[in-house]
Ligand binder design. Sequence first.
Ligand code: F6R
Length: 617
Amino acid sequence: MCGIFAYAGTENAVPLLIEGLRSVEYRGYDSAGISVIDSSGEIQTVKRGDHKASLENLAVAAGESQLSGVVGIGHTRWATHGEVNQQNSHPHASSDGSVSIAHNGIIENFIELKDQLVDSGFEFKSETDSEVLAHLVGNRVAAGSSLREAVIGAAGQIKGNTAIVAVSKAEPDVVVGLRVGNAGGIVVGKSDHAAVMASDTIALLPYTSEVIYLEPGEVVEIEHGDVRLFDLQGSTITREPVVTAQNFEAAQKGNHPHFMSKEIAEEPDAVQGAMRGRADFSAGTLSLPEISLTSEKLKSIDRVVLTGMGTSLHAAMFGASVIESLARIPATAENSSELRYRNPVLGPNTLIVAVTQSGETADTLAAMEHARNAGSPQGVVLELEGSQATRIADFTLPVRAGQEIGVASTKTLIGSMTTLLELAVVLAETRGVIDAVQVKTIVESMAELPSLIAKTLELNGQVSELADRLSKFEDLLYLGRGAQLPIALEGALKMKELAYIHAEGYAAGEMKHGVNALLGDDMATVVAAPQNDLYEKMLSNISEVKARGGEVAAIATEGDEMIGRVADHVIYVPKCPELLQPFVTLVPMQILAYRTALALGRDPDKPRNLAKTVTVE
Ligand code: F6R
């Protein structure tokens, strides 16, 4: 979703702004623009609303117009109000052109504010909610406020979560940034003669690894190599930077054609990263030193509610299933956008576990805040450390899969599942449900996870053939049971988002209750059917599909000859303990969606209409 990058220094900001925007484009965008203050003190703005070509076209346009200046702001937009076009792209100018702003978030009272501004004679050039802010800030600057005061004042007039960056002709060396609520982060850093801010840490890494994350309700002014932090009342805040562990190299594609293929290939490492420092394979023990709750507190937990959105919700579902089965605590997974609004019964004995790659998903953050207000202890399983979710949770379990750039989440999911499995084991042992010998058995089997996943990656060729076949269908059904249900749901989600094929994920037992009406030769079915207690039930489901003329592709355990007699296509995954089966069935599901997307000529790294970080609800 929308990205921000701003620079205040001594070099020409234009190429730096464009580079900064390139590093946040992975969030998803359809327009891009920059404003710089030129040598005569005027604000010059170039923007493009050309969908994925926006950044390239912006770079060309900025070069052709010989734009230059040492201070500027840039933005990648993901349209929420108004179509994708140049006028609606950010930055937006105040009516007198003395201020330019870029904005992330949604201004919930924008119609009311826009009506007031229009009544007072302001002319709007775009259909966006964000332009309201440009006029509000411009008004205040015209009345004599400093840019910082004006941004704070304008933010006070709007409702909704907001992140803003702004420049003003009156203070040509300064960029102001502000964060209210959770509309994506703002992170700030400086090098010798420049200070920079962005929505993502990765954009700062060419400058520094020492960064400051803005908390909600904080404002920053950057000027040359200076960073000044304030609260909304204007009082100075002193905060030491933190050293980020994110790595710029890791964010490059390397020799892979797409980030997605690179990130799937990194899954054995992702799993290893999630076990580092936690699983001791020689001693056969497992600990999560990050959990800050006492063992008394953990023992008093009588319910676990896991929450997240999209792929992270599927991780949460997997987590609920292993926590309940291993630790014997009632555990459920719920979509954060539902949890946040339905006034759930939570309390001090309900442990909340949020799952989020970005740590900035608006609905997930809101559900976490709701749980915090209800007095529930909570942890977050997350990839992007330093993000807002870590500041709401009582403890953070970093996934450590490494930065994920492809919009569709892959290696983070497998890393989150590993972390959740660890959490389930730790809860089970702390509560005395399993003993050290059982923990040792699980830890020994987990030691094989990286190589099991690496073996699964070798299925690429076979999965490609299946992808060619499935790319001919307009409808697909994905079936699973038990811990394979979230995997089936994830397989369907990936197929929808990457290949744009309609795909439904279903609990296999639910078929007779409606879905069977759709079966026939125009819908293929993908079945997660490794050998476990539910295997025979899955065989019956496959037969039901076959009996109605449907084509079936099964993901099954190697050595299973029976399944080859009922399914049309079989992808064999390595044999492993049942607890680990969801990991090995997940990987072919991901590769299948990736390969089908390629077969249909889609861009798997940037699926249409989707954003990597969803900072609005
Ligand atoms: C799908 C995908 C999304 C995210 C969802 C939550 O491939 O990536 O469904 O999982 O938007 O995002 P995070 O995990 O950042 O909270």
